[in-house]
Design a protein around this ligand. Structure first.
Ligand code: FMN
Length: 190
């Protein structure tokens, strides 16, 4: 049986484009564990990436990019059997639409499909502070089987650059997605 993963990466317009960049960079290095990577970005994701990272390098990744309204993308249907979806960063707007079942674009439809098929949805939510609506939406997505993995970096690995800080979150995401990844593990002397 083919153990390589079919993965959806969604990038939305929350602050933290660096999380998407580090995730996509690390996926390049994990190509031997991947069968397919489908990427979809919201309009605001492109805008925030350009603003925060000062480039449009997302155009250079050798993954398959789908338009935000492309419901012909394979993972708009459960039949395509993508087993994991990571939304990084995940805006409160996208979180709310997923929690409300409003599948009005490819990102929210793909998340809806992943949840209905009981597959793995990992939402790297980013905002601070949270209002009650955000908290209730995180609760709803959790009850539906999704994993809320906030963009909360850790510092015990002594990261020395913004990308290393972002990497502390991304390595948790890759662990949750079931990849075999090296990385800093507390008190394992890595
Ligand atoms: C520079 C910038 C930073 C933003 N940061 C956040 C954020 O951290 N969290 C959030 O939920 N929305 C943030 N937003 C607002 C979202 O981009 C906006 O709500 C958008 O409608 C989300 O849509 P999307 O999820 O389809 O990208 C930010 C917008 C801009 C322009």
């Amino acid at each position: 049986m083919d153990r390589k993963k079919k993965l959806i990466v969604a990038v939305t317009g929350a602050s933290g484009a660096v999380y998407a960049k580090v995730l996509l960079d690390q996926l390049l290095a994990l190509s031997d564990q991947l069968r397919e990577v489908g990427v979809v970005m919201s309009d605001n994701a492109r805008q925030v990436w350009e603003y925060e990272l000062g480039n449009r390098y997302f155009d250079n990744y050798p993954f398959t990019f789908y338009g935000k309204n492309d419901f012909n993308a394979p993972f708009a249907s459960g039949s395509a059997r993508y087993e994991t979806m990571v939304i990084a960063p995940c805006s409160m707007g996208t979180l709310g639409r997923i929690a409300g079942g409003i599948s009005n674009d490819l990102i929210t439809r793909a998340a809806d499909v992943i949840l209905k098929e009981r597959r793995r949805l990992i939402a790297v939510v980013r905002d601070t502070p949270f209002n009650l609506i955000h908290i209730e939406n995180m609760r709803t997505v959790t009850l539906a089987g999704g994993i809320i993995c906030p963009a909360n970096p850790s510092f015990y690995s002594l990261p020395s650059s913004i990308e290393e800080v972002a990497g502390t979150v991304v390595s948790r995401v890759l662990d949750l997605a079931g990849f075999d990844v090296p990385g800093y593990r507390w008190n394992e002397g890595d």
